[in-house]
Design a protein around this ligand. Structure first.
Ligand SMILES: C[S@@+](CC[C@H](N)C(=O)[O-])C[C@H]1O[C@@H](n2cnc3c(N)ncnc32)[C@H](O)[C@@H]1O
Length: 282
């Protein structure tokens, strides 16, 4: 994701969906060199072209469209929240790059190993980092999220925004269930949840509906991170209601791409299998 955000940030301001000045410092050394070179338009086009050729159409455009869609969802909700919890934060730099987040309490939750790498790489960053971020080490498969966040200073009773981007697809049904339960118990009534899921039909091999799925699934499996969880878009409202949330929005990255790419004269096609959901606590 940091690589995709870094490439997108190399585009001219008139056509890019966002600018993430931290992404280049967060990728590995090899990709840092590539991203430096990608400031030259032909190099960026070449890297994107090779990536799309190998990964297939869909993943890169979806990553970029989902980033912008979530940026907008956060900025829409921010006025009413005092705390922001980014679950499975990875190399997300929103704490520092989105206006207004630095004035909130921010908690980034992730595997301790990912956090150690991020902490080390952020030391290279010269761009000012306006936010103070509390790093909370948690494994969603086995740790107690509620206890970990309370231990890090999370305050019950203040409205919060929970972001869980690009993570549910790597978890078990049980871990997703338990994490939603933890978010529910940590949320006060005006809290907002933003999360992503993949369409369950794509996991089950519905190749006609999702021609890009086979290559995408094979690529994540090769990296040792197979997708294990998905939802049926038609049942997301009921799924969330059963867990104490009201669905307020569900957009595929394909639809997000139509919203953001076309007005900038771009023709990338993002995938229909990836979804971004917004919900509030009931
Ligand atoms: C694809 S990355 C997404 C990162 C970030 N949210 C983004 O969209 O840029 C998935 C993230 O989920 C985290 N993750 C996956 N399984 C996890 C687990 N069981 N417990 C904690 N974090 C996990 C990984 O460490 C990684 O940071």
């Amino acid at each position: 994701m940091a690589l995709q955000r870094g490439l997108e940030s190399c585009r001219p301001p008139a056509t890019r969906l966002f600018c993430d000045p931290f992404a280049r410092e967060l990728v590995s050394r090899r990709w840092r060199v590539a991203l430096s070179a990608a400031r030259l338009e032909p190099v960026r086009r070449l890297i994107e072209g090779v990536y799309d050729h190998i990964g297939g159409p869909g993943p890169r455009a979806s990553a970029v469209a989902r980033t912008r869609l979530i940026d907008d969802a956060i900025l829409d909700a921010l006025e009413s929240v005092a705390q922001v919890v980014i679950l499975g934060a990875g190399f997300d730099s929103r704490a520092h790059r989105l206006p207004g987040l630095g004035e909130r309490a921010i908690f980034e939750v992730d595997h301790p190993a990912t956090q150690a790498t991020k902490r080390e790489r952020l030391q290279r960053v010269k761009t000012p980092r306006p936010a103070t971020v509390e790093l909370v080490p948690v494994d969603f498969d086995r740790d107690d999220l509620v206890r970990a966040l309370h231990g890090a200073g999370y305050a019950d009773g203040s409205a919060s925004l929970f972001l869980w981007e690009g993570v549910t697809n790597y978890l078990t049904d049980d871990a997703v269930d338990r994490t939603l339960g933890a978010i529910r118990s940590l949320s006060s009534p005006r809290s907002t949840l933003v999360f992503t899921y993949v369409d369950r039909a794509a996991l089950q091999g519905a190749g006609d509906a999702f021609p890009e799925a086979a290559r995408w699934l094979a690529a994540v499996s090769r990296r040792g991170e197979p997708w294990t969880f998905g939802l049926d878009p038609g049942s997301v409202g009921a799924y969330l209601a059963d867990r104490g949330f009201q669905l307020t929005g569900d957009l595929s990255t394909e639809a997000a791409g139509e919203r953001y790419f076309a007005p900038r004269g771009r023709r990338e096609q993002a995938s229909r299998l990836y979804h971004v959901v917004t919900a509030t606590r009931i």
